[in-house]
Design a protein around this ligand. Structure first.
Ligand code: ADP
Ligand code: MG
Length: 272
């Protein structure tokens, strides 16, 4: 059984002229990294919210663990799935550790008290996200990348089985971007997590995800293994830019995964 099953799903924002998603049919299997790719505005964030049951589909059906996703209660789903949205306002002057502790909400309730297990989960999550030394800092004074790692820590503190991440590495430098993708692999391989990630990093998605979805203007342009989806023709067409696709050796796990190199606009890599 698939973890998420979407059948012919469409979604139109209230008042919008056209659908943000159209005719989406896909399955997300448990225990792997599933990456959603696509240009800006192609529908990645909308699709994540449809998966999570936050947006009610205009057409088609969505099931999570075999049950219609709109039949899941908020807290019930939060025991299973943690979501790191693309961006969120952080208005409250809260310290980092308190924000990570909010990830324990589904376990202890709004008025519940943190017990030893909760504190251990928070410590573990902060360590995994590499933010042990930020605990006392105000979330307002963090860099974009630090804030992003704090939000990932909050999701891990929730101790979910499924992690849904919307462009988690957009604000991160190379080191933390790699740590984040390595973490995704570790969570799926060692802890049988399922990770669903929307990203613009085609090359890391091709190395770290076992299945890719490429969206274009709200419909599925390609769906399958990295080799199926990352071709010069498909990527060039969808992103409207000529690219070369290579399969370099020596990348470690994921070696042989297709890697995209954008060409100069005249379609040539040589300077002469
Ligand atoms: P992506 O995450 O791939 O950049 P989105 O899912 O955010 O794409 O957006 C898909 C389409 O839906 C875009 O055309 C966007 O302008 C539109 N859209 C996104 N959010 C809203 C909203 N709240 N109301 C109306 N249209 C929206
Ligand atoms: Mg988005």
């Amino acid at each position: 059984m698939s973890l998420f099953e979407l059948r012919n799903v469409s979604y139109r924002y209230p008042g919008a002229g056209q659908s943000a998603l159209e005719g989406i049919t896909l399955d997300v299997e448990a225990g792997s990294v599933f990456a959603m790719l696509g240009p800006n505005g192609s529908g990645k964030s909308t699709l994540l919210r449809v998966l999570l049951g936050e947006l009610e589909t205009s057409d088609g059906s969505v099931t999570f663990s075999g049950r219609p996703s709109d039949s899941w209660g908020r807290r019930e789903i939060a025991m299973e799935v943690a979501f790191v949205p693309q961006a969120e306002p952080m208005a409250f002057p809260m310290n980092v550790r308190s924000l990570v502790e909010m990830g324990r909400y589904p376990h202890i309730g709004v008025l519940g008290r943190m017990g030893p297990e909760d504190r251990a989960a928070v410590d573990g999550a902060m360590e995994r996200a590499g933010i042990m030394d930020l605990g006392g800092r105000s979330i307002r004074n963090l860099s974009g990348g630090e804030r992003q790692r704090v939000r990932i820590a909050r999701a891990l503190a929730q101790e979910p089985k499924i992690l849904v991440l919307d462009e988690p590495t957009a604000a991160l430098d190379l080191h933390f971007e790699m740590e984040t993708f390595e973490l995704m692999r570790e969570l799926t391989e060692e802890h049988s997590f399922t990770v669903v990630v929307a990203t613009h990093n085609l090359n890391l998605a091709a190395r770290y995800a076992s299945r890719l979805l490429l969206l274009s203007k709200g419909h599925i342009e390609a769906l399958g293994s990295p080799d199926d989806v990352i071709t010069a023709d498909t990527i060039g067409r969808v992103y409207r830019w000529p690219v070369l696709v290579t399969a370099p050796e020596g990348l470690g796990p994921g070696a042989g995964a297709p890697q995209v190199v954008p060409l100069s606009h005249d379609g040539s890599t040589s300077s002469g």
